[in-house]
Design a protein around this ligand. Structure first.
Ligand code: AMP
Length: 450
């Protein structure tokens, strides 16, 4: 628990260097980067709400057992990465390392009519080794549907993910789809894989050598050369699927094909968590290095709700990493950010008279739906125009003593975008809002609303 007792009350003590920085593996996202995150999130919201998904806001932390039960005591996330802590009431809580388990917990608690279709945008916390594209707090966008085992739902969910990424303008994205089987066919396969790997343990990478008996499936998606050579001839899950799982997979693949969504069948797509059954899928950016190219992924988890104490309820969903989407957008050849044209505050009010005039004009502009920022503290014209320029505004609206005496306001173009070619116009105070509206519409200065 955090203790502030070392800080003497009322005394200004500089934080030491480490405490004064964001914790390792976290970052402050602000300025243009946060604008882009906002655009990505709102694109996602529109995209999934069109398909009937509603926003779910849940707690950032849960009883730790929600995650250990859902993800498995032996899973990498639970063992090595979860931020677990005891609260003042002695409860063992954990910050969410992902959202699916929390959504399933919410389903068990509220028993909403199913299928329950929700989306979320949430931070996720994992104690990982920080590196490019891998953080201790990252942010996920995702959907979950609880209450239907229909393979058409798998198609809907995968299509949502694929088309969202396309809507962001990302090219060079690969979709891989696989199946993890179900309780009817997976146990026998896992046993066969375990004994195959056990006899070749020495050839596996150091990390997985010792984990073969606990979770042999993990070895299948290990990226090291050692494990890859060992698994090249390992028994294949595709060949071990039962008739129901095969039929399910065939229908999912046929559905994707019918929607024109290209994908590759991938036998090594085991995903990290215990709760997946049948369909799994991942989207990756071809241009990014393999340690950070996973944009998102998901799959079916037909046993999860039951594992959390609810009635047998199938489910499927996916999560995308916002930081990864941003990284992929920065690649050469990717579409420009949606926010690089226009600004949310095309007008900047410059106040050369003090008093109420600038305040009232700014308010009037905003109430008319025109994004407007302003200077405070009545600095020099030069300083205010500099601030106006820095704000990204297209027009400075100057409230000066001469203009005020005439009952007018000066509109100065900051970006040479006045349609008539003028740099500055003197406009009647009563028509300035209408005039600015016309100018902004004519020059596309306003960024599309988020
Ligand atoms: P997962 O819940 O592991 O399937 O993760 C879903 C997505 O979140 C991944 O495909 C990544 O895009 C992203 N992600 C997972 N872990 C991290 C991390 N430590 N830092 C940044 N993004 C992550």
């Amino acid at each position: 628990m955090v203790s502030a007792s070392s800080d003497r009350e009322g005394e200004q003590v500089a934080l030491d260097e480490q405490a004064a920085r964001a914790p390792i593996g976290t970052q402050d996202i602000w300025g243009e980067a946060s604008r882009q995150v906002e655009a990505v999130v709102s694109t996602f919201a529109k995209h999934v709400e069109l398909a009937g998904y509603g926003l779910l806001l849940g707690p950032m932390f849960e009883d730790a057992r929600v995650f250990t039960r859902a993800m498995g005591h032996a899973s990498e996330v639970v063992v090595k990465e979860m931020y677990t802590f005891e609260d003042h009431g002695g409860r063992l809580l954990a910050l969410r390392p992902e959202a699916t388990a929390s959504v399933a917990r919410a389903f068990v608690q509220h028993r909403p009519p199913s299928p329950w279709k929700v989306w979320y945008a949430t931070p996720a916390f994992r104690y990982e080794r920080p590196q490019a594209g891998r953080y201790r707090q990252h942010h996920q966008l995702g959907v979950e549907v609880l209450g239907s085992a229909d393979p058409d739902l798998d198609v809907e969910v995968i299509a949502l993910a694929e088309r969202f990424v396309a809507a962001l303008g990302l090219a060079g994205v690969s979709l891989r789809v696989g199946s993890l089987g179900d309780p009817a066919c997976r146990p026998a396969y896992v046993e066969a894989l375990r004994s195959y790997l056990a006899s070749r343990a020495e050839a596996c990478c150091a990390e997985h050598r010792g984990r073969i008996s606990v979770n042999p499936l993990r070895v299948l998606d290990c990226k090291t050369q050692e494990c890859r050579s060992v698994t090249a001839d390992a028994p294949r899950l595709q060949e071990a699927l039962c008739a129901d799982c095969r039929n399910h997979q065939d229908r999912v693949l046929a559905g994707l094909d019918a929607l024109g969504i290209a994908c590759k069948l991938d036998d090594s797509l085991v995903r990290g968590l215990d709760y997946y059954t049948r369909t799994t899928f991942e989207l990756s950016a071809d241009a990014l290095a393999s340690a950070q190219n996973g944009l998102g992924g998901g799959g079916r988890y037909d046993g999860l709700v039951e594992a959390l104490g609810g009635p047998p309820t199938p489910g499927i969903g996916f999560a995308m990493g916002i930081e990864r989407l941003m990284l992929a957008r920065l690649r050469p050849g990717a579409a420009g950010p949606p926010s690089d044209v226009g600004t949310s505050t095309p007008v900047f009010v410059v106040d050369m008279v003090g008093g109420s005039a600038a305040r009232d004009l700014t308010d009037e502009l905003r109430r008319a739906g025109i994004g407007a920022d302003r200077a405070f503290g009545q600095r020099s014209l030069k300083a205010q125009l500099k601030a106006a320029d820095r704000s990204g505004a297209y027009y400075a609206c100057i409230v000066g003593p001469d203009e005020q005496a005439r009952g007018s306001v000066a509109i100065r173009s900051l970006r040479d975008v006045m349609p008539g070619g003028e740099r500055q116009l003197d406009v009647g105070r009563d028509v300035v809002v209408a005039e600015l509206m016309g100018l902004i519409a004519a020059t596309g200065a306003t960024r599309a609303p988020l």
